[in-house]
Design a protein around this ligand. Sequence first.
Ligand code: ADP
Ligand code: MG
Length: 397
Amino acid sequence: MRSVDELIADGVSGRRVLLRADLNVPLDKDSGAITDDGRIRASLPTLQALQAAGARVVVAAHLGRPKGAPDPRFSLAPVAARLGEMLGAPVILAGDVAGTDATAKVAGLADGEVLLLENVRFEAAETSKDDAERGELADRLAALADFYVDDAFGAVHRKHASVYDVALRLPHAAGRLVARELEVLTRLTESPERPYVVVLGGSKVSDKLGVIEALLPKVDRLLIGGGMTYTFLAARGLEVGSSLLEADQVETCKRLLAEAGDRIVLPVDVVVTPEFSADVPTRVLPATGIPADEMSLDIGPKSVELFTEALTGAHTVFWNGPMGVFELAPFQGGTRGVAQAVGAVEGLSVVGGGDSAASVRQLGLDEGAYGHISTGGGASLEYLEGRELPGLAVLAD
Ligand code: ADP
Ligand code: MG
């Protein structure tokens, strides 16, 4: 895989470089303000290296999940503004992805200047399953540049036009963030130092069950928290009330518990509430006692203790997914406790996932306590699962 530094060494001054970056930052539901700019910051090293080398940098990125058409709620305008502040020079935002405005603005770029294309997911073709549809968008994106650099680690597991197809059309290289992520993930997959403990939480239950299956034979302990908890509790025949539940995955969870119940650690207590809100009374109850008319939005203190015990003495830890709805103050305890235990690990500790990384910062924890904070949740999980990631495979060719 060619690196961006090799590309720079060969000379990019005055050349147009299409940089796929991961600028998919969380936004406040009401104000639309950026609540965590970690991903923007993580994209700076590659961006600044290209700028310093005199490249005309055309940045492509996605934000949220617009429905394949322009939608002001998902405009990259706030990202362009924040990126400009960080770079100390304004970042121009194109009015479209790869249309007439983008083309005109690219033509006007000076050496070292940065143009941000509008949200690539404003084009339905970006995420299309149809090769020809994606190809048409990739053609237009490729026409904007001489080289392609992928630094969007959080998107390398997607076979999307701006991640995969465009790399087939331009001389390409991997950005510094992608290189760093790969270095750490390789350490997790190639003979990790034992005990190896993985903590999984978050909300994308069915996404993560595949990972659990792949990881179970490789880890010493798998700690389950977050939204996945309740499908596992249901598999044990327990009431979960209106907590997150994927009924069609209960059988899978039953099988996993039967096959590897000795390695899977589930929460023993939970924080329940009648409503998904920060302003309602909460109770800590045993995991066996969730009332039918309430929901659990966090793991309880005894679970944090249990998880901390399992993490103490681990030499390799990978954590993905908050333990609860940490965005709401009453449900932060589980994530905070587990994040602290992961940070205290003596060996290699890796945090993966946009929301997990955001939780570390939002809860005011020390980022320096972790060996690595990955910007990509799905991507790092699929890598650990041993799957081929389209965005990486295409860079290696
Ligand atoms: P990451 O981005 O780190 O990979 P996910 O995107 O899978 O993590 O999940 C993050 C989300 O999971 C958070 O927004 C959090 O509110 C939510 N979550 C965690 N626990 C629960 C729960 N018990 N019920 C509902 N949502 C939950
Ligand atoms: Mg997420």
